[in-house]
Design a protein around this ligand. Structure first.
Ligand code: G3P
Ligand code: CA
Length: 254
């Protein structure tokens, strides 16, 4: 029997199952964990053009403030608490998250650019500019992910050395019957439920497979069994434990 390697464990919005998502605390706790490959984060632009780490377009769910990020200035968003009362946290700039990553040179980052409803390329351009000025445009620890073919194509053009994952949606199989990979990503990233229901997406067109969000031990082991290359999880510590408790190589007695 061929033994499959463990998939890379990627902490989704940091260790977001235990700490407030997308905060310094959440990312730092994930980065400290042995066995974790890296962190996943979402980036958005503020009204004044700053690239912040946040999933939702609004800050209502994750902070004690309210409003749409694209319509607020960074210094204003910075005044709100994204952590807890006991452990207050501020919204982070992508630059600050990359500063943190410098302390963990063996860890990777998967940056997802989030686009406003009316698609604009600014968030992709700003992300690339940030990486470029930091000397990270060829850094093998940086991976770019997106639901947008346009973003993927842009990344391929301007930062061809960075690995990209296209977050594949099932509905694409309806309008794209020939399964053309328009943007030529390095890998595809369907949601776990889609991957389980359409297993032809595993190693789709010979590309790497990334999936999200894998929070149950049985799904983590399923990913390994099916040869998934990487998965994002809110519970990276659990994934580390699961693979430790179920090693791929037989453990010799004594
Ligand atoms: O890692 C990909 C995944 O994060 C995409 O979905 O909504 O959590 O950004 P979402
Ligand atoms: Ca994301």
């Amino acid at each position: 029997m061929m033994l499959k390697p463990d998939p890379h464990i990627i902490a989704h919005r940091g260790m977001s199952g235990l700490y407030p998502e997308s905060t310094l605390r959440s990312f730092e706790e994930a980065l400290k964990l042995d066995g974790v490959h890296g962190i996943e984060c979402d980036v958005r632009l503020t009204r004044d053009g700053r690239l912040v780490v946040h999933h939702d377009p609004f800050i209502n769910r994750t902070s004690d403030g309210a409003g749409r990020i694209a319509k607020m200035d960074f210094e204003h968003i910075r005044t709100f608490n994204f952590g807890t009362k006991e452990d207050p946290q501020q919204i982070m700039l992508l630059d600050e998250l990359l500063d943190l990553l410098e302390d963990y040179p063996d860890k990777h980052i998967y940056i997802e650019t989030k686009h406003p409803t009316r698609y604009g390329p600014e968030v992709d351009e700003q992300t690339v500019r940030t990486l470029w000025y930091r000397g990270m445009k060829e850094d093998p620890r940086v991976h770019l992910i997106s639901f947008s073919h346009t973003a993927m194509r842009y990344f391929k053009q301007v930062v061809p050395d960075l690995e990209t994952f296209y977050l594949f949606r099932l509905r694409e199989m309806k309008w794209n019957k020939n399964n053309t990979m328009f943007s030529r990503p390095y890998g595809v990233g369907p949601a776990l439920a889609h991957l389980r229901s359409k297993q032809e997406l595993l190693g789709y067109r010979g590309l790497k497979t990334y999936t999200w969000t894998v929070n149950l031990p049985k799904d983590m082991l399923w990913c390994r069994e099916k040869g998934v290359d990487a998965f994002a999880t809110d519970l990276p510590h659990l994934a580390v434990d699961v693979f430790r408790e179920h090693p791929i190589t037989p453990v010799s007695a004594g």
